[in-house]
Design a protein around this ligand. Structure first.
Ligand SMILES: Nc1ncnc2c1ncn2[C@@H]1O[C@H](COP(=O)(O)OP(=O)(O)OP(=O)(O)O)[C@@H](O)[C@H]1O
Length: 307
């Protein structure tokens, strides 16, 4: 099931928490919604899931619009909201039964569905406990189980790994990846490594606007702009620096503080310098000990776009 977001805007008083965003998510894509605190991630998710109406714009799931068919849309979506509101005095199984009934799961299938969710979310050992007796991580698992109980085609997960321990985080990421093979998934996070590990595509949102859209690799490349190389050459440093700078493709050469023979070489826009550096070393009879590209970290991309 595809999702089309068209000129979506949400105003709180004068503030545009979401400011005229448009994008499309294809069936089976796992998309990470990344942004700093207050960027507008939760507000966008609440509009997609019909928990809040937009000030303007529309969201369409295939042919269903959140404006015209909100009840139909809700049936297609599994939603794990930000603070995962649960009925804490209910035992897990009872809560999941309640969630299944609300979501219109056929009566004859409810027990099987609950058992499947308990297995899938690793709740077996805790299943007879009340929700208020569970740790934060297990409550999050119950939230995921309720989001998936009606086997929705679309999953919207607002910070799904919040409160989980490192082992649980790995398990939940695996689960999301597995689910992503059949379902369309949008998850939000401020954790870059999280979206990188789970998502095919990343949307970076800042102050209510989409500021980047692509795979982590594309985003890195886009922001990288100029080639940056880490070079180690065994020769006299001043001479090496002078000759590197004289190469037509090289813009800057920076010696690494306190290290002999190691430089960062930045190429001019759209130029590459590896072959020229290699040829230079051969012609000068210098030993080229190392030459590697320096990749822009996703952290840097995020900082550049949201600062
Ligand atoms: N009910 C509300 N009334 C007024 N302003 C709100 C309301 N909900 C959110 N906002 C404001 O809208 C902006 C976007 O908030 P939102 O919760 O969507 O951000 P977010 O990206 O999910 O942030 P976080 O990562 O901190 O959860 C913020 O400035 C927030 O203060």
């Amino acid at each position: 099931m595809s999702i089309v977001i068209e000129n979506l805007t949400k105003k709180y008083g004068e503030q545009k928490a979401v400011n005229n965003i448009s994008f499309e998510i294809k069936t089976g894509e796992v998309v990470g919604f990344l942004g700093p605190n207050g960027a507008g991630k939760s507000t966008t998710m609440k509009m997609i899931t019909c928990y809040m109406s937009p000030s303007s714009g529309d969201v369409r799931l295939d042919n269903l619009s959140i404006l015209d068919q909100p009840e139909e849309v809700k049936k297609k979506i599994g939603y794990l909201p930000e603070n995962n509101p649960l009925y804490t005095d209910m035992p897990i199984v009872e809560y999941l039964r309640f969630a299944a009934e609300i979501q219109g799961v056929e009566k004859s299938k409810i027990s099987t569905r609950i058992a499947e969710m308990i297995e899938m979310c690793g709740l077996d050992l805790e299943k007879h406990k009340k929700i208020n007796e569970l740790s934060k991580g297990y409550r999050q698992r119950v939230g995921l189980a309720q989001a998936m109980i009606h086997d929705p085609e679309v999953l919207i997960l607002d910070e799904p790994t919040t409160g989980l321990d490192p082992n649980q985080i790995i398990e939940i990421r695996k689960l999301i990846k597995k689910l992503g093979k059949e379902k369309t998934v949008i998850l939000s996070s401020h954790i870059l490594s999280e979206v990188e590990a789970t998502c095919d595509r990343i949307l970076i949102i800042n102050r209510g606007r989409i500021v980047a859209d692509g795979s982590s690799e594309t985003l890195r490349k886009q922001s990288q702009g100029q080639e940056l190389l880490h070079v180690s050459i065994e020769a006299e440093d001043e001479e090496v620096k002078k000759e590197l700078l004289a190469l037509a493709s090289v813009e800057t050469v920076t010696a690494i503080d306190g290290k002999v023979g190691i430089f960062t070489v930045q190429s001019k826009p759209e130029k590459e310098s590896r072959k020229a550096i290699f040829d230079l070393c051969v012609s000068k009879k210098w030993y080229l000990l190392e030459m590697t590209g320096i990749e822009t970290q996703l952290e840097d991309v995020f900082r550049d776009l949201t600062n």
